[in-house]
Design a protein around this ligand. Structure first.
Ligand code: ARG
Length: 458
């Protein structure tokens, strides 16, 4: 029986009922709905709708319902209730009879559903922060282990300058640090309780909504009831946080897929996160990473979907708003799963030091060093750049690296070049030179690792 039966003489068409019902996905808000209901029962005592004893009975029954739900959340799906709010109310009435019918006084499912979702978002943010921090930790530990792994750094996917695997890991650490701080920002803005906004114009019972907000663990209560029941900024912000986070993960995945390719062979992924081909026995495919890269589509799709649902929606509550949940649930579940999977990939990744170093030596990634050497000998950079360009062309023709050219061969391009050029062209010298903050020198990478460990308290 629907909560709103009185006005209707005909039952809903089954197809419409299925179309309209949200229990099949909002059952996930059971805990939040029960906690919100307990707080509401307390508020009803302050406005003399419930006696202290009645409130205690309701609270007790609601707590019993909560432990039942926690044991087996899927049992909720057996019911044909319209949504989680109707389900909780139905169960409460089954337990305590007519007293249960008093609970909805002064409340609407409009303020209830957004309160539940905000409580759920707060909880999810905590879970996501844990998962992000776990991956940040994996990145730092992996960086610490591979400070000596010299590999090529790329621009335009062309070998550009040597870096280390540690420096690469720490780049993703920075992105994940911003992802975490974005969630903290979102949390601050959403930590405001809509409960007591009624259907749209505010509750008709003069309660202390700030107190009610505190009971629920919110920092404060919303200022405007029309806005409160129809605001879904927090959903958009979380979907945006998830989209940016997933874009970071997809770049991480793509880099590793390239590093793992037969062409690069810089890393080897563990059997635990790869799969074989049904036809080609030699194959070991980076499926975990490909799925991380691929799933960014559904998360960005969820953001686009939610933005589109909200566009042009008149105040205040409209049923369109029920569309907020599936997008959000799917996107946040996906993000969480991908964070865990990325950490799993790092757990036993192997770095092929010899191949990484060999590749770093190729591709004239020390050409900038030769230009800087000429600058130090008094040649203006633009000219030095041109000279080195010519030297590279000649080295390519001779199939040699720059450091393999003899001094006579080098002097053809500039007479200032001397024997002291050779140490400058070594990979270690290339790295050591980048010693300003954020650079790839051993000391800078070491201090970045120390800073990260301090941030994570590890
Ligand atoms: N299931 C609904 C939702 O998720 C609850 C609010 C229903 N309110 C209403 N006036 N029909 O938004």
């Amino acid at each position: 029986m629907a909560l709103w039966g009185g006005r209707f003489s005909q039952a809903a068409d089954q197809r419409f009922k299925h179309f309209n019902d949200s229990l099949r996905f909002d059952y996930r808000l059971a805990r939040q709905d029960i906690i919100g209901s307990i707080a509401w029962s307390k508020a009803l005592v302050t406005v003399n709708v419930l006696s202290h004893d009645e409130q205690q009975k309701l609270e007790h029954a609601l707590n019993e319902l909560l432990s039942l739900v926690q044991q087996d959340p899927l049992q909720i799906l057996q019911s044909d209730a319209e949504d989680i709010h109707s389900w909780v109310e139905q169960k409460l009435i089954e337990k305590v009879g007519d007293l249960g019918k008093k609970l909805h006084t002064g409340r609407s499912r409009n303020d209830q559903s957004t309160t539940d979702l905000k409580l759920w978002c707060k909880d999810q943010i905590q879970q996501l922060i844990l998962a992000i921090n776990h991956l940040r930790q994996s990145l730092v530990i992996t960086a610490e282990q591979h400070q000596q792994a010299i590999m090529p750094g790329y621009t335009h996917l062309q070998r550009a300058q040597p870096i280390t695997f540690a420096h690469w890991c720490l780049a993703y650490y920075e992105m994940l640090t911003r992802d975490e701080s974005r969630l903290q920002d979102t949390l601050k803005r959403l930590d405001i309780s809509p409960l007591g906004s009624g259907a749209l114009a505010g509750t008709a019972y003069p309660m202390d909504r700030e107190q009610l907000a505190k009971w629920l663990g919110f920092a404060s209560a919303t200022n405007n009831s029309l806005d409160a029941v129809s605001d879904r900024d927090h959903v958009l912000e979380l979907l945006n946080d998830a989209s940016i986070g997933m874009i970071h993960l997809s770049r991480f995945a793509e880099d590793l897929i390239i590093f793992n390719s037969g062409e690069a062979d810089f890393v080897e992924l563990s059997d635990r996160v790869t799969s074989g081909s049904s036809l080609m026995p030699q194959k070991k495919n980076p499926d975990a990473l490909e799925l991380i890269r691929g799933k960014v589509g559904r998360v960005v799709g969820a953001l686009t979907g939610a933005l589109t649902t909200l566009k042009g929606l008149p105040l205040a509550y409209n049923k369109d708003l029920q569309e907020d949940k599936e997008h959000l649930f799917d996107a946040l579940d996906t993000w969480h799963e991908c964070l865990d999977m990325a950490a799993l990939v790092l757990e036993d990744i192997k770095i092929n030091y010899a191949n990484c170093q060999e590749a770093a030596k190729q591709g004239y990634s020390n050409a900038t060093e030769l230009a800087d050497y000429l600058v130090a000998k008094g040649i203006p950079f633009r000219e030095a750049h041109h000279i080195v360009g010519e030297a590279v062309v000649s080295a390519i023709a001779k199939q040699k690296a720059l450091e393999e050219l003899t001094l006579d061969e080098l002097k053809v391009f500039s007479t200032v070049i001397d024997n002291d050029v050779y140490p400058i062209l070594s990979l270690h010298s290339c790295l050591a030179k980048r010693s300003a903050k954020g650079g790839v020198s051993t000391e800078q990478v070491k201090s970045a690792i120390d800073r990260a460990k301090q941030q994570l308290s590890i």
